[in-house]
Design a protein around this ligand. Structure first.
Ligand code: NAP
Length: 475
């Protein structure tokens, strides 16, 4: 595993003025990561520009082959990559393996897409003119990523950027930078130039300001909180950057009376409790129709009670620790607010006996729209169950939020499947499934959940710009 972390910016001995990366399971320091200064970053940006100019000269097939090799190396080192991820992030080893596969799938997909960055020849308004549209790489790009998916949020950006002919400077989350370095080392082994894809760490606000102020950096792709996303939007206005913003969610999960309830329970386990509830597409509000409300609430509580909490490295663990103390406080705040306003606790409700940042998987009943959890993303293992009566009412409840990332509905009625998914103001709708993410699908949100789409055949457009050429062929 340490082989993958051999990098000039990583030390396993204590280093002053470096970021200490800790294991959230036992708070042991795993490694120290160098903080890059603004002046160093300015030099990195210049080198990135040179590397990008060379890279764009390669043929699409050459770029595709290098990306494909990177994908193969990830598969080869899957077990070590998963272990690094569990150690620094806390998620269960099985989820970490799943994330490595998911992460690698973007590299494979964009290796394939690299060969299809096709333009157009338009039907001209004149016989003596040919109108060409080509897609050009946007140039030097930057990415800032969160801790909850330490690998996939990176490959989902870096793979389309490199496929399109761009370079990328990446600042991963300070809590989980090791997966980023491991990924970068494999990219170098595959043939990516060390100046073409660079990982840096340090003060998030200084680094992002440097990206935003730079005229060389043409695009920023950010995944993280809406608050920081808005700041980047504002800060990059003066250099007119192209932006992709994958921000927070507040996903509704709607279960109608006619749903297959076993399937809906599986959906909740997949979408609410993955990564201990710390994903942007996590179900945040479970709306259950009144006819099945009590029965279904009991079914959820029974299934959730079986989730084993513990050390992520143990094969049977389903729920690891939360990322930090702040995350625990937010879950506690949402539970306290709901109980004070009349909710009932069916399961859990407090920190776990294992201590640290472990939290009991929690199920609350009789949750209502006036509670904090209805408006804010909890980002933890809290499953709040709301009751609704009619289709119109639940659509209004579901849309009554600033966010619009993922949403889920469970119903066997085909007419409802269409009508409700159309009425939901969300970028993504899962119908009878709680697992919607894959490399083929366009991932992204509307409203305060952000701008742009990642993955899919649309994802590469975020890293290209159109050029129109008018060829006058008249004498
Ligand atoms: P965050 O606080 O916004 O951090 C995300 C990244 O932004 C980290 O690299 C962080 O660096 C950096 N950052 C923090 N403050 C910054 C600032 N002032 N200027 C520039 N960069 C800054 O979010 P988080 O708590 O790590 O992640 C959870 C959020 O991400 C949730 O809202 C979740 O829904 C969202 N998310 C969205 C998606 C999606 O695809 N839509 C996917 C995953 C997560 P440091 O680590 O150094 O502070």
């Amino acid at each position: 595993m340490k082989e993958l972390l051999k990098h000039k910016d990583i030390s396993f001995e204590k280093v002053e003025n470096a970021i200490a990366v800790t294991n959230p399971y036992n708070l042991e320091v795993l490694a120290y990561v160098k903080k890059t200064s603004v002046s160093e970053l300015e030099e990195i940006i210049k080198s990135s520009q040179i590397a990008q100019k060379n890279w764009r000269e390669k043929t699409a097939l050459q770029r595709a082959d290098i990306l494909y090799k990177w994908y193969e190396l990830m598969k080869k080192h899957k077990e070590s990559l998963a272990k690094i991820m569990t150690l620094e992030q806390g998620k269960s080893i099985n989820e970490a393996r799943g994330e490595v596969d998911y992460s690698a799938s973007f590299i494979r997909w964009f290796a394939e897409e690299a060969r299809r960055v096709d333009g157009d020849i338009l039907t001209s308004v004149r016989n003596d003119q040919k109108l060409l549209v080509t897609k050009e790489p946007i140039g030097v790009t930057a990415a800032i990523t969160p801790w909850n998916f330490p690998s996939a949020m990176i490959s989902r950006k870096a793979a389309p950027a490199l496929a399109a002919g761009c370079s990328m400077i990446l600042k991963p989350a300070s809590q989980t930078p090791l997966s980023a370095y491991a990924l970068a080392n494999l990219a170098y082994e595959a043939g990516v130039d060390e100046n073409l894809f660079v990982v840096i760490n340090g003060s998030a606000s200084q680094i992002s300001k440097c990206f935003c102020d730079s005229k060389i950096v043409k695009k920023i792709s950010f995944t993280g909180s809406t608050e920081v996303g808005m700041l980047l939007y504002e800060q990059s206005a003066k250099t007119m950057k192209k932006l992709s913003l994958e921000l927070g969610g507040n996903a509704p999960f709607i279960v109608f009376d006619d749903a297959n309830l076993d399937k809906a329970v599986d959906g909740i386990l997949a979408s609410k409790f993955r990564n201990s509830g710390q994903t942007c597409v996590c179900a945040n509000r479970i709306y259950v129709q009144e006819g099945i409300y009590d029965k279904f609430s009991q079914m959820i509580a029974k299934a959730v009670a079986k989730l084993e909490v513990g050390d992520g490295l143990k094969e049977s663990t389903k729920q690891g620790p939360l990322i930090d103390e702040k995350a625990v406080l937010k879950v506690e705040e949402h539970i306290k607010d709901a109980l004070n306003k009349g909710a009932k606790c069916l399961l859990g409700g407090k920190t776990h006996k294992l201590g640290g940042t472990f939290f009991e998987p929690t199920v609350l009943q009789d949750v209502t729209q006036d509670m904090l959890v209805a408006q804010e993303e909890t980002f933890g293992p809290l499953c709040p169950i709301f009751k609704f009566q009619t289709d119109e009412e639940v659509v209004e409840f579901a849309n009554n939020t600033d966010f619009g990332l993922a949403s889920y509905i469970f119903t066997t009625s085909v007419s409802r499947q269409f009508k409700i998914s159309q009425a939901l103001e969300y970028g993504m709708v899962g119908v009878n499934t709680g697992a919607i993410s894959n490399e083929v699908a366009p991932f992204g949100g509307v409203k305060f959940s952000g701008l742009g789409r990642e993955g899919s055949k649309y994802g590469i457009d975020e890293y290209t710009q159109l050029k129109y050429t008018c060829l006058d062929i008249g004498e």
